[in-house]
Design a protein around this ligand. Structure first.
Ligand SMILES: *[C@@H]1O[C@H](CO)[C@@H](O)[C@H](O)[C@H]1NC(C)=O
Length: 297
């Protein structure tokens, strides 16, 4: 046996030597346990990459590509093209905000599951989720990365927010609040002008809503717009009074709805003049005479 390996070594050395003498380094074709070559070249020279993949349930020991590399006088594969049983790992103790159902092991095999729970202010899978059941797949990858992310609200100002007390790169966590003001024509929907960071993002949503006023009818007046149903900030409407009424009511749309209170009032109808008088006085009216009259309804 010993003699044989000595001989093999000698042959190997000789071939290496010959190829290196020729200025060529050739890597031996590897045999990959639990894996296979994806394409096979006739010979592999320095810097050639070996394309191989591992069988189901196995994964490459190294993620780096295996390259034919010169080592001293010889050429060999680096890293060695090898496959190992696939497994998933978790970091123990888990990162801040992450809790595992089991903290006894940190290596899991394909098919095994792990329950992950996130702390207040953290999320997994989607910003609304604080729990996930993740499975180690055949490639040794978790179906869901078992790490909770800290929740942040966007620090980008919405286009219709004129100003808010959030700095450009400020990190805003769940429950944080900010005061803000809307651009002209927009208002805070709840009137508070305070934004709060929630799992659904900033609330109220949207922070600034367009100021609109629904169509308004004024008593005894004719609306100048036949169909218009909605008005914007600073829009104003001048009404025409109905027959028998006078006035020129005007309403202006603003942040708190319509303003203005002018009305159409009833025309003074001509009535019958009922004058009560005493004949003698009328016959010879005198200065200082007081005349009392009354309009009939
Ligand atoms: C993980 O959570 C699921 C759903 O709540 C539950 O059915 C399962 O038993 C849990 N598994 C472990 C290992 O705790």
């Amino acid at each position: 046996m010993r003699n044989f390996s000595l001989l093999a070594g000698l042959v190997l050395w000789l071939t290496m030597d010959v190829s290196s003498l020729l200025g060529e380094l050739i890597c031996p074709l590897p045999v990959i346990e639990n894996g296979r070559l994806l394409q096979q070249a006739k010979e592999y020279r320095e810097n050639d990459v070996l394309h191989f993949s591992c069988n189901r349930g196995f994964r490459r020991t190294e993620d780096r590509p295996s390259k034919c590399t010169k080592v001293g006088m010889r050429a060999e594969w680096s890293p060695m093209p090898e496959c190992e049983p696939a497994k998933c790992r978790v970091e123990l103790p888990p990162l801040e905000g992450t809790t595992y159902a089991s903290t006894l092991k940190n290596v899991y095999y394909p098919g095994e599951t792990l329950n992950v729970t996130c702390g207040e202010g953290f999320w997994i899978s989607s910003p609304q989720d604080t729990f996930a059941e993740t499975t180690c797949d055949d490639d040794g990858q978790w179906t869901i990365r078992p790490v909770c992310q800290e929740f942040f609200c966007s620090n980008q100002r919405e286009y219709n927010v004129r100003w808010w007390n959030v700095w450009r790169n400020q990190q805003i966590r769940l429950g944080d609040t900010a005061r803000y003001q809307c651009v002209t024509g927009y208002k805070s929907p709840d009137g508070s002008n305070v934004a709060k960071c929630t799992r659904n993002g900033w609330e109220p949503k949207p922070l600034c809503q367009e100021i609109t006023c629904p169509r308004l009818e004024v008593e005894n007046a004719i609306h100048p717009d036949v169909y218009k149903q909605s008005y914007r900030n600073d829009d104003w409407v001048t009404y025409r009074c109905m027959e028998g009424f006078t006035g020129r009511p005007t309403r202006t749309c603003g942040q708190n709805g319509w303003t203005g209170d002018s009305q159409c009032t009833v025309n003074q109808k001509p009535g019958f003049l009922a004058v009560s008088y005493q004949k003698p006085f009328l016959q010879s009216p005198q200065i200082g005479l007081m005349l009392v009259w009354q309009c009939s309804p």
